[in-house]
Design a protein around this ligand. Sequence first.
Ligand code: AMP
Length: 212
Amino acid sequence: MKLILLGAPGAGKGTQAERISERFQIPTISTGERLRAAMKEGTELGKRAQSYMESGALVPDEVVIGIIKEYLSSDSCKNGFILDGFPRSIPQAEALDAMGVELDAVLSIEVADEKIVERMSGRRVCTECGSTYHVIYTPTKVSGVCDKCGTELTIRKDDAPETVLSRLETYHSITEPLKEFYSEKGLLITVEGQEKLEDTSALVNAALSRFE
Ligand code: AMP
């Protein structure tokens, strides 16, 4: 299955991607994760992306398109993949088309802006293994420590309230038009993000059952 996950920042794409990945045994490709790793390593890519990411802006299209090209040409993607956070603009979607990628579905997780702001304030991440938690909705067993690798959790710089608002603005103006783009191709599936993670997962499972 070749799937794109769409949705505002904090809508739960990363968490759902993890679950879909386990269920269908296909890898998740997250451009955000890749860029954060590059920043941590201090590579040229990381340096180039840093100011955009920290201000909540999108990294230039050619940078993320390069990342995706590299991933999609690897063997691990030959049975399918989930794209989490890509494409985020029409030119990125067109670039994916130009790579000859034939998608099965584009799943959009819908969450109201007010909810997003509330959720982002409680988000905690592990910089070591990339796991994401929420202090109320998906807490760790030991407060502030990653369940998977024991590393102390941190708050993403771009989860600061003012940055979240600018990321939402960017989402509505640049990313959301992708819904129409994919709806016209008959690929769009919409799921309402629920209060409880398990409820959203159940809706996602039902929406994707025809691909099993
Ligand atoms: P995410 O982890 O998906 O929320 O992405 C975090 C940040 O990485 C975004 O706010 C952007 O600055 C950058 N980023 C991730 N994916 C893309 C993309 N497809 N296009 C442009 N910027 C991206």
